[in-house]
Design a protein around this ligand. Structure first.
Ligand code: FES
Length: 107
């Protein structure tokens, strides 16, 4: 069992312009910066929440993508302006931000 309550993985895959879309092309590096800056304001979370830059998570066409474990909450299309809300609602309050949840396509 992890020592963290929640672990946020943020896709940082960067593909070249001629390839399949990637979160890196859509600004995911700025997203990691925004989480780092916001968490700096919340030292009470440092032992409870982990944020890790990751490779591709799957929803490449809809990124930047984030998955949160252990509950497997998926976010997509997240922007730096959304980070404060995610920190306050999900990391502190335990409630995912509904409007940013990723809906996996059904086949
Ligand atoms: S490139 Fe980010 S989910 Fe695939």
């Amino acid at each position: 069992m992890s020592k963290f309550k929640r672990h946020f993985f943020i896709c940082q895959t960067q593909r070249p312009p001629f390839a399949k879309p990637s979160c890196g092309q859509r600004g995911s590096a700025k997203l990691v910066e925004a989480f780092t800056a916001e968490l700096n304001n919340h030292p009470e979370l440092w032992n409870e929440v982990q944020v890790t830059a990751s490779g591709c998570l799957g929803p490449c066409f809809d990124g930047p993508s984030i998955v949160v474990y252990p509950e497997a909450t998926w976010y997509a299309g997240v922007k730096p302006d959304d980070v404060k809300e995610i920190v306050e609602s999900h990391m502190i309050g335990g409630k995912p931000v509904e409007r940013l949840l990723y809906k996996w396509p059904t086949t």
